[in-house]
Ligand binder design. Structure first.
Ligand code: ZN
Length: 285
């Protein structure tokens, strides 16, 4: 054997040893680590009127999808977006809380243009970023001055109400890109239940369109309300609402609830963690 033959054999031995070492190391790693359940999948599901991305973050690999949406009323209800971001952080840090049959999806900022009006920030923000004594009402609407929670296809009308005032509901159901972003996610992922976080009516509302409250919606409402301590309310009757997202979901037989935080400033974390945990338990196999 010549000099080059020895070198080739030595090189081969080194490669084989390295391969064997890597095999032993990998086989010592637990399978769930290799599957990386804590890994977050991000998907841009739409773009706002002003071009800001609307992103869904998903955790887990189960067939049953639960969707949580914050911030459809933008900067007027900025704490609902902070709650959704805290939920994302919690799922990243605690992947084992997700039952194996579930996928948890979170759209933290469904109205990023309205949020930007109040926070002045792009992407994540902190409560401290909100200027003191700012009027947050303009941040409720999207950049076309549409109340997005009046732009969905359930009893849609061009104008709707918010408290005592007339608000624009868009030029047609789903005229607004932010509403279409939620529809895109729903059409593509077929969630088994949807929770919308709002503030500040301190209640959990069921939803309906033309067929009354779905039994599954009532189960979701009661589970969340009992665990969180927000009172369960069958229907919002302070004033007539048309074109709300939850009603549209009811019309396509997907249970949806509205969770109204008690304040406009706090994320009310412990209560909402109890609420989402109750839904995990309701849907786990
Ligand atoms: Zn709201």
């Amino acid at each position: 054997m010549g000099k080059w033959g020895v070198i080739t054999l030595l090189a081969l031995a080194v490669v084989l040893a390295a391969g064997a070492f890597a095999f032993v190391r990998l086989s010592q790693i637990e399978p769930q680590v290799l599957l990386a359940p804590s890994e977050v999948k991000t998907e841009i599901v739409g773009t706002s009127v002003e071009g800001r991305a609307i992103t869904a973050y998903s955790f887990g690999q189960g067939e049953t999808v639960l969707l949580f949406v914050g911030g459809i009323h933008g900067g007027y209800e900025w704490n609902s977006t902070l709650l959704a971001y805290q939920f994302i952080d919690y799922l990243k840090a605690n992947p084992k809380v997700i039952p194996p049959n579930l996928t948890i999806a979170v759209i933290p900022s469904a109205n990023p243009d309205g949020l930007h009006v109040v926070t002045g920030a792009e992407g994540r923000f902190a409560a401290a970023d909100i200027p003191a004594q700012t009027t947050t009402v303009p941040g409720r609407f999207n950049a076309n001055n549409v109340d997005l929670n009046r732009n969905f296809d359930c009893k849609w009308k061009p104008e709707s109400m918010w408290r005592g005032e007339v608000v624009s509901a868009g030029s047609a159901a789903f005229s607004e890109p932010e509403a279409r972003a939620i529809r895109y996610f729903v059409w593509n992922h077929d969630p088994s239940a949807v929770v919308f976080w709002h503030s500040q009516s301190n209640a959990v509302y069921a939803s309906e369109c033309e067929e009354g409250i779905l039994p599954s919606t009532r189960a979701v409402m009661n589970a969340y309300a009992t665990a969180s301590g927000y009172p369960a309310v069958d229907s919002f009757d302070a004033y007539e609402i048309t074109g709300d997202a939850e009603g549209w979901l009811a019309s396509i037989h997907i249970p949806a609830i509205t969770v109204e935080l008690k304040t406009h400033e706090d994320v009310e974390w412990e209560r909402n963690l109890a609420g989402v945990t109750a839904l995990f338990n309701l849907y786990k196999k």
